[in-house]
Design a protein around this ligand. Sequence first.
Ligand code: NAD
Length: 409
Amino acid sequence: MDFFEATNCYFQEAARRMDLPANIEKLLVTPTRELQVQVSIERDNGEIETFIGYRVQHDDARGPMKGGLRYHPKVDLDEVRSLASLMTWKTAIVKVPFGGAKGGVVCDPRQYSERELNRLTRTFTDQIHDVIGPERDIPAPDVNTNAQVMAWMMDQYSKYHGHSPAVVTGKPLDLYGSAGREEATGRGVVLMCREALADLGLSIEGSDFVIQGFGNVGSWAAQILHRLGGRIIAVSDVGGGIHNPAGLDIDALRAHVAATGSVVGFADCSRIDNDSILLLECDVLIPAALGGVLTEDNAHEVRARLIVEGANSPTMPAADHVFREREIPVVPDILANAGGVTVSYFEWVQNNQQFTWTEERVNAELESIMVSSYRTVREIATTKKLPLRTAAFTLAIGRVGKATVLRGI
Ligand code: NAD
């Protein structure tokens, strides 16, 4: 099953329970616009290289479309479509006034210099600038993109449209970024761990966590959990994983990653591969790397009491059914990793207001939105006897559907 099919499978499960008419269902799953562009750059050695870029704009019933930009060799239209759709449901769950979009460029950024990535980002922006904008579609960082990439995008877009800080979020603090944005997704994941653990009669302090992926989401989640007394017993990145049942010193690990570029080689732990890390016994498993890692092949062997999806689409539908049968609760991506888009919304608000919020205010508003969203979803799950994922889709479809009908076709 491909990613868009998987997302629609979750959507349809909720839609069926809501008796959504087939024509509205079709309208809601069909992306508004899909753009494929050529991104040709001159490499540092003078050679020309051509990449394929995508921007999928899924739905704008609730506001301008919003979603990250991914640089990865495995990016394809199906994946971007699925991620764009997830953004529509995610923005609705946390009730920020945006729709859903996503973008990607098929490339392995590790093979290119900073100057080449700068040119690639600007050329991609040249190709899509007339369909994005602060009131149309607002990109943000995702896998292998960061604040610097957003700064280049903002600069390039502004050459066409005038000074436009609100065209992207996740910008550097010195260039209209928001305090708390970089760690926002990880912070939101931690809040979801806290809430869902409490529902199981557990707390972060004293619980064991396994985190796949040690990039923006995984490393911030690890750091905040560690500060709150959680024991991070294993983490991994693209190079492999490390395991220490007594708990890893996350501050020292972050210093090691800053110095070496990988978690691998960290002192006092054993190595573990990226498949086995998902099967370690723990209280909370946090997939925070790529999609499609929990499948029917490994779901029976997962030994976590709770799964909190930091990544987008880490759980395929067949695995999700296994977790339901095994009564392992899953806090779904469209809720668990919504902290990023929530603080992106705060950044957009600050850019539009030309007024800066303090980090305390950002974190407090983030906590309030994430916790109330979790409780609304859990309430639906409890009263309708649904898994959290179906409850989350039910909430999102209701909000997007109402906006669509009220606006009219
Ligand atoms: P990132 O590029 O900062 O980090 C990705 C991490 O995953 C890196 O540690 C990388 O080494 C690791 N990785 C890559 N391939 C792997 C593999 N095959 N096995 C194990 N690890 C691997 O990306 P990120 O921003 O942290 O995003 C991670 C996930 O979270 C993605 O699914 C993304 O869509 C999702 N997400 C990110 C944000 C955000 O604000 N950055 C918001 C919502 C969701």
